[in-house]
Design a protein around this ligand. Structure first.
Ligand code: MN
Ligand code: MN
Length: 267
């Protein structure tokens, strides 16, 4: 009798723990396709993972190197733009924490990598996009033109049922801004959008036909508002940044999809 009870209890516990694992949300979906710079604990390639996005922070630039986030319909809701730019208190205590005022009168916008409008399900999600570790100096023409237009096009894809994995980041040193010159304005802002046909698809669903939109947008006063003009291959961004995108995808498929250039909205 006692033995049977122990057996039943064991079976119950096994099923229960198995069930919990199935129910538990994935720890962090944003790096499904890989960590392009192998971000870790080093100061200029410092991995920060939040529920809303993952990023590689660069202490000496005072900006992220790149930010990665998943986008599907579940991230959309009714929350208003919170607009409460804040230093990121999660950075190591001895590091300078970039403040919103470091951008004041610099001629650059506080440019979101993960856009506010991509995180509207909860106030917490939206506020996370206003942390200064998600922000880079973007010229008004870049931020409010090509960059914004591709953000809007990406949300249209999601509203049409797609799921996106997005990487966005910077390279090049244009100038330092802020009274303490703690923040580097980049020469270019780049973005890679991997388009899945529907939510819940995974690594094994990536094929040579998977759509990838990649842009390399100059951070200038005269940047065009036409994002399609800045379409490039993933290979081109890998060459500029030294990162390896999609490194969790097989080399043969990477080779095929990273060399293509998307055809833009006409697609
Ligand atoms: Mn923006
Ligand atoms: Mn690659």
């Amino acid at each position: 009798m006692k033995k049977r009870l122990t057996l039943k209890l064991t079976v119950f516990l096994l099923l229960f723990s198995g069930g919990c694992q199935l129910l538990a949300p994935p720890t962090n979906p944003h790096l499904l396709l890989g960590n392009p710079s192998d971000a870790n604990e080093s100061a200029n390639n410092f991995l920060i993972e939040k529920p809303q996005y993952s990023l590689s922070y660069n202490r000496d630039r005072g900006t992220p190197n790149w930010v990665a986030w998943q986008l599907n319909n579940k991230w959309f809701g009714e929350v208003e733009r919170q607009n409460d730019f804040d230093p990121d208190e999660s950075l190591p205590a001895t590091w300078y924490r970039v403040r919103p005022t470091d951008y004041t009168n610099s001629g650059y916008d506080r440019g979101h990598m993960t856009p506010s409008a991509d995180r509207t399900a909860t106030v917490e999600d939206n506020q996370a996009t206003f942390l200064m570790t998600n922000i880079v100096p973007q010229t008004p023409k870049n931020n409010r033109g090509a960059w914004k237009n591709l953000e809007e096009y990406s949300r249209e894809l999601v509203k049409a049922g797609k799921e996106l994995y997005i990487y966005a980041g910077v390279y090049g040193d244009k100038e330092k801004i802020g009274s303490n010159k703690q923040v580097v304005a980049p020469s270019y802002t780049w973005k890679i959008v991997v388009v899945f046909d529907r939510p819940g698809m995974g690594l094994r669903d990536i094929s040579e036909n998977t759509r990838i939109i990649a842009v390399d947008v100059p951070n200038r006063k005269n940047t065009s508002s036409d994002w399609e003009r800045y379409l490039v291959s993933v290979d081109a961004i890998e060459n500029k940044t030294g990162y390896d995108f999609l490194d969790r995808v097989s080399p043969a498929i990477q080779k095929a999809i990273e060399s293509k250039i998307d055809s833009g909205e006409s697609k």
